[in-house]
Design a protein around this ligand. Structure first.
Ligand code: IPE
Ligand code: IPE
Ligand code: MG
Length: 246
């Protein structure tokens, strides 16, 4: 069955966000080290990115490394950083061939210089691509993002560039890392965990959540399609009644 035929491409999530979880457990099940899971997770990233672009999703955000992930063992953190650099190098043709623009959210100043350099390069090369924006959440924490927004807004008030009475939801939106992205419509989390882990707390206010037991390295195009089919069966009411929607 071609699942594509059951997806309504006029009603795709405008912004899909994925918590890519379960690499460590995937490796452990195979009697391997956790880093083997991360290595194999990159294949799922490539397939998901290509499948999302093919469907016509305009914004895909992937949670790749959280502020809390810095607390993992040094070997694991170092390997993740190396994998990031290698993947950026290897996947540049994928991004170019699919007309995908790369962007990041998070405190990327904390990343090693090699990773920052590689990121800047790919961001620069892909900046005029228009089919899909791929945003990598790297050294990302939603609480930290909110703190930095509060600081930036306070600074504007202090320097008389903003009135307190003018602060609105849109002011906050404009000061988040995601200022150029629409609200998240759908969050997918793999590996069976059902939590948000400090990801886009403000931006998911009215998102739909989809959980699957599949571990991230096993996540494939058909799993993405299943998630979107589930999303399209839901009624998003935004506080209204079902009758008002119809
Ligand atoms: C997700 O897989 C990747 C990152 C958080 C970087 P995990 O490494 O969290 O895998 P599990 O949850 O331990 O199985
Ligand atoms: C969330 O996964 C972060 C990423 C997917 C990058 P974790 O595996 O770190 O989340 P917790 O700590 O189990 O909630
Ligand atoms: Mg995990």
């Amino acid at each position: 069955m071609n699942q594509n035929t059951t997806i309504d491409t006029d009603r795709l999530p405008k912004h899909l966000a994925i918590i890519m979880d379960g690499n460590g457990r995937w490796a452990k099940q195979k009697g391997m080290l956790r880093v083997f899971g991360h290595e194999n997770g990159t294949k799922a990233v490539r397939e998901t990115v290509e499948a999302s672009a093919k469907l016509g999703i305009e914004n895909l955000t992937l949670y790749a490394f959280s502020t809390e992930n810095w607390n993992r063992p040094k070997l694991e953190v170092d390997t993740l950083m190396k994998l990031l650099v290698n993947s950026l190098k290897n996947e540049l043709p994928t991004l170019q061939n699919n007309n995908i623009k790369l962007s990041t959210i998070g405190n990327t100043n904390q990343l090693p210089e090699s990773a920052r350099k590689q990121l800047d390069e790919v961001i620069e090369i892909t900046k005029n691509n228009t089919r899909m924006t791929l945003t990598l959440a790297l050294s990302y924490g939603s609480r930290e993002e909110i703190v930095s927004a509060v600081k930036a807004i306070s600074e504007k008030i202090k320097t008389n560039n903003l009135e307190i009475s003018d602060i609105s939801e849109s002011t906050i939106n404009q000061h988040l890392y995601t200022s150029n992205l629409p609200d998240v419509d759908l969050v997918i989390r793999t590996s069976g965990e059902q939590r948000i882990s400090n990801f886009l707390l403000w931006q998911v206010a009215y998102a739909e959540f989809y959980y699957t037991d599949i571990l991230w390295p096993d996540f494939r195009e058909k799993d993405l399609h299943e998630a979107i089919i589930s999303y399209q069966k839901r009624e998003r009411r935004f506080g209204k009644t079902s009758e008002q929607i119809k």
